[in-house]
Design a binder for this molecule. Structure first.
Ligand SMILES: *Cc1c(COP(=O)(O)O)cnc(C)c1O
Length: 333
């Protein structure tokens, strides 16, 4: 199977599995798991923050992040299409009584700071208290401009807001900027990252921030059911991924650019490509037929009018050549 639905579909290879099996473990709810502690220490150090917390999923990491920033009756300003507004089942509102204030993102994935400013509420009993700005980097594969990160940071300092970054794919941004993680995480109070996407682990995310903040987050993690026990087996996959799978994200980006050019050449309507994603307009009429056609060739895509294709470590250039050949055959059928 060639699976381009997402970079979450990767399976751990032999070396990662060996690292997992060899991990020393303990009960992490007691803080006793040496591998989890090592992963948390390592990520905190990489990002220039005081502390990090290992969680099962990015959704839970974002939920815990919001719960640790905002109290009941407070709000966060967030993009209409942001994962922690649109794709997390309303968790912050449902479980935290935290009000989202969504705004439209600009085409480059940023939340324009004048639009953010216009939504910050006055101190008035009619309003929820505005507490937090939440950004996403990368957003639909787009890397936020580096100057914007600094501008948003300074803006939130002036306006007394905290700044969270949903960095599920933050290493794709790091590779694209060609900088160190801490060069960009300097410009936020907290961020989340997923180990289970381009980095290729079976599970795991981290929430990173100050020591006090992570202490609060640890309580919310426990309350929301994310306190795991011998999770060092999973953390070991994360350590392995951070040490072996970051630089190679560049290959995924190159593959996405290559695939975009090839599909364009055979007449597909490639809207854009960014980092490891490309978006192809196939139209309402052909979506299902294309999906079925490719599936019959053992190729999986999300068959929708705009197809998002995602490159990752389990898809090679050779396999992408097969995809192009079959796509072409579909167009010429
Ligand atoms: C995938 C993703 C998440 C959530 O991660 P899960 O581990 O699937 O819960 C959060 N934010 C963004 C931007 C994502 O792409």
């Amino acid at each position: 199977m060639i699976d381009l639905r997402s970079d979450t579909v990767t399976r751990p290879g032999r070396a990662m599995l060996d690292a997992m099996m060899a991990a020393p473990v303990g009960d992490d709810v007691y803080g006793d798991d040496p591998t989890v502690n090592e992963l948390q220490r390592y990520v905190a150090e990489l990002s220039g923050k005081e502390a990090a917390l290992f969680l099962p999923t990015g959704t839970q990491a974002n939920l815990v992040a919001l719960l640790s920033h905002c109290e009941r009756g407070e709000e966060y300003i967030v993009g209409q299409g942001a994962h922690n507004y649109l794709y997390e089942a309303g968790g912050a509102a449902v479980l935290g009584s935290i009000q989202p204030q969504p705004i439209d993102a600009a085409p480059d994935g940023t939340l324009p700071l004048d639009k953010v400013a216009a939504k910050i509420k006055a101190d008035d009993i009619h309003f929820a208290r505005t507490k937090l700005l939440s950004l996403e980097n990368t957003h639909n594969g787009k890397v936020l401009p580096r100057e914007y990160l600094q501008a948003a940071w300074e803006f939130t300092r002036q306006r007394g807001l905290a700044l969270h970054v949903d960095g599920a794919r933050i290493f794709n941004a790091v590779v694209e900027y060609g900088c160190a993680l801490k060069d960009i995480t300097h410009y936020c109070d907290s961020f989340t990252l997923c180990l289970s996407k381009g980095l290729g682990t079976p599970v795991g995310s981290l929430l990173v921030g100050s020591r006090d903040y992570i202490r609060r987050a640890n309580r919310w993690r426990k309350m929301t059911g994310g306190g795991m026990r011998q999770s060092g087996f999973l953390a070991a996959a994360g350590l392995y991924a951070l040490q072996h799978n970051v630089e190679r994200l560049r290959e995924d980006h190159d593959n996405a650019a290559w695939l975009a050019a090839q599909l364009q050449e055979i007449g597909a309507d490639v809207m854009r490509h960014d980092t490891n994603m490309l978006f192809v307009r196939v139209g309402e009429e052909s979506a299902a037929a294309l999906g079925d056609y490719l599936r019959a060739q053992d190729i999986l895509i999300n068959a929708s009018p705009v197809v998002r294709l995602v490159t990752h470590l389990d898809v090679s250039r050779e396999q992408l050549k097969q995809l192009v050949a079959h796509w072409k055959a579909f167009l010429n059928r």
